[in-house]
Design a protein around this ligand. Structure first.
Ligand code: ADP
Ligand code: ZN
Length: 621
């Protein structure tokens, strides 16, 4: 068999995605690899496919038991013999698995890093040939990674104890150069093929909203995603509880997840979400690692997260099966100070560090937060900003983000910018300071108590922009923050100050073009217009029926539904309406094993439906 035919036969996919073929080819030549691919890009296939073609087993090292179990279940469904060894197995199951491996019945063996140096595991790997060791979530090796796991350091020792050094393949979703260096060194990779695949996730629609009322904005998002699965991230446990309550009270099917709940409560919530028993999970950032659920259609951040890295990872849990999905960040002025509090308190918790180290980390955290704040104020392409942040070039217009989709036009905003910037300057000149609201009030010439008390109505910039709508005005201030002309103070008071970059604009040496909404629609109305997601061009009734079939099959097998077939696969069935085995095999995600196991059930469903409702083409005639 070739890699291509393994992909088709077992996974049901027609072609490899970017990066997959190169990594697989190198592994099959016997070389090490380090694959850096964003969540959802398809890292697992890179070691699962060659595992089927190599002589000897593949040991996969993975940090979480739940993740392992899901992967093993998915592989078995695809007809690939896989098993896992971890501390939750009872003794009988553990020894049965060892026997199966010895008998050559297993191709992929998943293990937690703590297992590797145990006697039973070492004696196993002495008696069977290990062709490859695949290290999933390899950034766990590095102290500089997000989730350092000391037990990952045992991998190197394990490799040395093997009779023959296997191919070593490491994978991670995020890795800075420091983390990459750690991975190479700590695994002693031999001249690895390093591949960073594009970070762009085309099917994700990025949206930032700055609503007056976050809860109504959230309900609007839930309305347009009715019947779909989604995650809502909150910044604290308290808020998670409160928001979950509120949503339930309004009749939404929601559960919650955070580190303050008991282990049983947490796993009950997680299971209910994975099995589609609840549609929405409200959670802190404790939720998600190891969540492979492929049909998450939206991820909402109810608060601004602490960094672009965290945001991209959390939001990236949407649309893993490649279906259109949206990632919405609800930004409010309070988000900065809340994050600053978290940064300060986490610095205090770390008492093993010297004050200097603490300060360095604090500075780095503030810098990351600033980049996040800039994202929240953007008026032009969000995707372009994200990709630029991760060091990738991309067009300035993506056509699938909140900013590109907004009905806006690019205008010369130099004069407006000068007025705004000089207003900040004048206020500072008087020894005062202003945040977004006060700044806009002054420029609009509003008669407020605050302005009267501080005499700001005598500033030369008072009322200078009263003919500009509030929506436009706020938009421009946000844009000036995003572009780095205005610097938000990270403290409690959320005041703005000028950056040195503002000078050339103020002196008229530089012009500034900004994209602004063409109409002064109220925020909500604007959002509603850009809300409609791409049409799937399929019959929703049929889709719902196939989902029901999938649910039944999954319940029978005690597995999450998406392991039977992903939503993307069901959608393709709806569009193409396969009539026999051959046509069914042509659907992406249907491999031979799954065809034999589930094909008939879905073919029947489609046949029955087509008998009742003719295909769309027929209707048109
Ligand atoms: P990662 O581990 O990189 O987050 P996964 O390996 O879980 O991503 O893959 C994400 C999804 O993409 C899975 O549903 C997987 O089956 C699917 N996938 C992987 N490779 C391909 C491919 N070549 N064609 C179509 N779908 C693929
Ligand atoms: Zn865009």
């Amino acid at each position: 068999m070739t890699p291509q035919s393994v992909l088709k036969e077992y996974f049901g996919y027609d072609r490899f995605r970017e990066g997959q073929s190169a990594l697989i080819a190198r592994i099959l030549e016997g070389g090490d690899v380090l694959g850096i691919m964003p969540t959802g890009a398809g890292k697992s296939v890179c070691y699962q496919v060659p595992a089927m073609l190599m002589t000897g087993i593949t040991v996969v090292i993975s940090p979480l038991i739940s993740l392992m179990e899901d992967q093993v279940a998915a592989l078995r469904e695809a007809g690939i013999p896989a098993a896992c060894l971890h501390s939750n197995l009872d003794q009988q199951a553990y020894f049965d698995t060892l026997d199966a491996v010895r008998a050559g019945q297993i191709r992929l063996l998943y293990a937690a890093p703590e297992r590797l140096l145990t006697d039973s595991f070492l004696s196993l790997t002495e008696s069977v040939a290990v062709a490859m060791v695949a290290v999933d979530e390899a950034h766990c090796l590095s102290q500089w990674g997000q989730d350092f796991r000391p037990s990952y350091l045992q991998i190197a020792e394990f490799l040395q104890m093997l009779p023959r050094r296997p191919v070593v393949a490491a994978f991670t979703a995020t890795a800075t150069e420091t983390v990459r260096e750690d991975i190479r060194r700590l695994l002693a990779l031999k001249d690895p093929l390093e591949l960073v695949t594009g970070f762009d996730r085309e099917n994700l629609r990025w949206i930032v909203e700055r609503p007056g009322n976050k809860f109504s904005a959230l309900k609007e998002i839930l309305r347009r995603n009715r019947g779909k699965s989604g995650i809502i991230y909150c910044i604290s446990r308290k808020q998670t509880d409160a928001l979950c309550e509120k949503l339930r009270a309004e009749g939404f099917s929601a559960g919650r997840y955070h580190a303050g709940m008991t282990a049983e409560e947490r796993s009950a919530s997680q299971e209910a979400f994975l099995h589609d028993e609840i549609q929405i999970i409200v959670a802190t950032n404790a939720f998600g690692m190891g969540i492979d659920k492929s049909n998450v259609s939206f991820v909402v951040h109810y608060n601004m997260p602490k960094s672009m890295e965290a945001y991209y990872q959390e939001a990236g849990r949407a649309g893993r099966d490649g279906s259109p999905a949206e990632c919405v960040l609800l930004y409010g002025p309070q988000d900065i100070s809340t994050n600053m509090l978290l940064i300060d308190s986490s610095a205090q918790e770390n008492d093993r560090m010297t004050p200097e180290q603490r300060e360095t980390i604090r500075q780095r955290d503030c810098e990351r937060l600033r980049a996040m704040v800039r994202y929240c104020g953007l008026t032009d392409c969000l995707r372009h900003y994200i990709l630029g942040y991760f060091g990738e070039e991309s067009p300035e217009f993506c056509g699938n983000c909140g900013c590109c989709l907004a009905d806006s036009e690019t205008v010369d905003a130099t004069v407006h910018a000068q007025k705004i910037l000089s207003c900040v300057f004048r206020v500072r000149q008087r020894g005062g300071s202003c945040g977004m609201r006060l700044l806009c009030d002054i420029l609009a010439g509003k008669d407020t108590k605050q302005i009267r008390e501080r005499n700001y109505n005598t500033l030369s910039t008072f009322g200078l922009m009263k003919d500009v709508s509030r929506v436009h005005l706020e938009h421009m201030v946000h844009a000036l923050i995003s572009r780095g002309y205005l610097i938000p103070d990270m403290g409690q008071f959320r005041t703005l100050s000028l950056s040195p970059r503002a000078n050339p604009i103020l002196r008229g040496q530089e012009t500034l073009r900004l994209s602004l909404p063409r109409h002064d629609l109220k925020e909500t109305a604007r959002e509603r217009r850009l809300a409609e997601m791409p049409d799937y061009e399929m019959d929703d009734t049929l889709f719902q029926r196939l989902r029901k079939i999938r649910e039944k099959l999954a319940a029978r097998e005690h597995m999450p539904a998406y392991i039977v077939f992903s939503d993307a696969t069901l959608r393709e069935m709806c569009r193409k309406r396969p009539a026999d085995d051959e046509e069914m095999l042509a659907i992406s995600g249907v491999g031979r094993h799954k065809l034999e196991k589930y094909g008939a059930a879905f073919l029947n469903g489609i046949r029955e439906f087509s008998a009742e409702a003719p295909a769309p083409e027929a209707e048109k005639m």
